[in-house]
Design a protein around this ligand. Structure first.
Ligand SMILES: [Zn+2]
Length: 104
């Protein structure tokens, strides 16, 4: 598995989670009391979780050096095809993910 595939898989998992959360939120909203305050709190909670999921794409740790890959992690996750490199250790996203056992 290359680092690119690792990043894609990670973002797919977050997208699935965010989608499931929205579904649950939608169902719960259907049963929630029709009080504006409750709805506002709910909307804020959902936005916070979605923002966190989005933000996590920017905070993806590099599988080689363990530091945040920043916008590179985001662009690879959303499918940009160019040859990106980790801004910290300069490893290409198209090489295999380093074996975790041999990591320091
Ligand atoms: Zn790195």
């Amino acid at each position: 598995m290359t680092i690119r595939q690792y990043l894609k898989r990670r973002s797919d998992r977050y997208a699935t989670l965010a989608f499931a959360l929205l579904l649950v939120a939608g169902v719960v909203m259907g049963y929630a009391p029709r009080i504006l305050a409750v709805r506002i709190v709910f909307a804020v909670l959902v936005s916070v979780v979605l923002a966190a999921a989005f933000w996590s794409l920017f905070e993806t740790p590099c599988p080689n050096c363990g530091k945040s890959m920043g916008s590179i992690g985001f662009w690879v996750s959303v499918g940009r095809k160019s040859a990106e490199r980790c801004p910290q250790c300069d490893i290409s996203v198209d090489v295999d993910v380093p074996n975790r056992e041999t990591r320091k």
